[in-house]
Design a protein around this ligand. Structure first.
Ligand SMILES: Nc1ncnc2c1ncn2[C@@H]1O[C@H](COP(=O)(O)OP(=O)(O)OP(=O)(O)O)[C@@H](O)[C@H]1O
Length: 254
């Protein structure tokens, strides 16, 4: 993204943001409510065009490419997507239908190889036993995992996760963080961007961080260089202390 601006009326949702993600990088985007994180991710998912500035995604320039061809190359999960899943859809179908970038099965035809892949992904996320359960009956954590499995179904070149741990209990969060950590450390996994409010949710293996405040970059770069009590305090506009325990982070008010 080069000099990206997103404006809605008087509001500047993103201001002159320049940011790049390489294929072997795993990024965390941190910022307070309203900082512009979802807006940023929707641009990265080819769902939203900036008001000005240029965006290149997987070698294509947004505005000069067919987004319908681009989107299947990008795995994306968000609360907005979760809300669009018909409650009667089985977990398996939620994953399968990603191949057609549709939500809700209708007339698509899936091959055995698709079924195997869906099964494998559900297993990888620890919910193989729930494949035939209706999405509406899954717990919040199980839904998140089904949606992550869906986002991986097309073997995407880029994976975008918008607050995947929101609404999870402690066990569910820790379980998800561990699974995302495995994914982050897999050299074959796609470039990944994870949006969160909480440093506790940064999975080990994530390499970079972008700190956003009011649509502007506070800092960005390698986690060990950028993430500090000072940068976090500036991002959330209060005095915070960042602590590290092993490969995890914790933050509290000073
Ligand atoms: N269509 C719109 N018109 C005006 N303002 C908007 C519009 N869409 C979003 N905003 C504002 O833009 C800002 C950034 O929104 P965004 O959803 O990107 O933030 P966020 O960092 O993802 O927030 P949260 O952590 O609460 O999900 C917010 O203040 C929001 O109210």
């Amino acid at each position: 993204m080069d000099d990206v601006v997103v404006r809605r009326g008087q509001n500047q949702l993103l201001s002159k943001l320049t940011w790049s993600v390489e294929l072997d990088e795993r990024w965390v985007v941190l910022g307070a409510n309203g900082a512009g994180k979802t807006t940023l991710l929707r641009i990265a998912a080819a769902e939203l065009h900036p008001t000005s500035g240029s965006v290149h995604l997987l070698g294509e320039q947004l505005g000069k490419t067919n987004v319908f061809e681009l989107r299947p190359r990008i795995g994306f999960t968000s609360a907005a997507l979760a809300n669009r899943v018909p409650p009667d859809e089985t977990a398996r179908d939620v994953v399968l239908s990603a191949g057609y970038a549709v939500m809700g099965r209708w007339r698509e035809h899936y091959d055995e190889i698709d079924h195997d892949r869906a099964e494998e992904l559900l297993g990888g996320l620890g919910i193989a036993a729930l494949a035939d359960r209706k999405f509406g009956t899954l717990s919040e954590g199980e839904r998140k995992r089904a949606l992550i499995a869906r986002s991986l179904m097309t073997d995407p070149e880029m994976l975008l996760l918008d607050e995947p741990a929101a609404g999870l209990d402690l066990g569910g969060r820790e379980d998800l963080v561990a699974r995302l950590s495995v994914l982050a450390m897999d050299p074959d996994a796609p470039a990944t961007v994870l949006v969160t409010h909480h440093v506790e949710e940064i999975p080990p293996g994530f390499t970079h961080v972008l700190l956003l405040r009011d649509g502007e970059e506070v800092a960005s770069g390698l986690i060990e260089d950028v993430l500090s009590s000072e940068s976090l305090s500036e991002t959330f506009d209060q005095q915070l202390v960042l602590e590290r325990s092993g490969d995890r982070f914790f933050a509290r008010r000073r």
